[in-house]
Design a protein. Sequence first.
Length: 94
Amino acid sequence: MDAKTKEARPVPKLKKETGREKFLRLAPARMETALKKISLVGNLAGPSYQHEPYEGTQIIKALTDAVDEVAHKFHKAKSGKKGFVFVPPRGSAS
């Protein structure tokens, strides 16, 4: 039997990855990459580099804004609610 007449083998269907499985697969590598990159930015504050105080302030603000945006996305996704809602502090009795 030559390659032209050979029947193609059926490709087994792979189980579709759940959102949770995808999160658990992607999150560790993305976090590791992000933390390494942030560490590299932090190295810019070392004695080998010269920067103006306003430049350091702008870097910190940009990083803080990015973290705040990520936190907002996680809180929004977790609550699933839009608008204002009081969230009791941890350990409160209500």
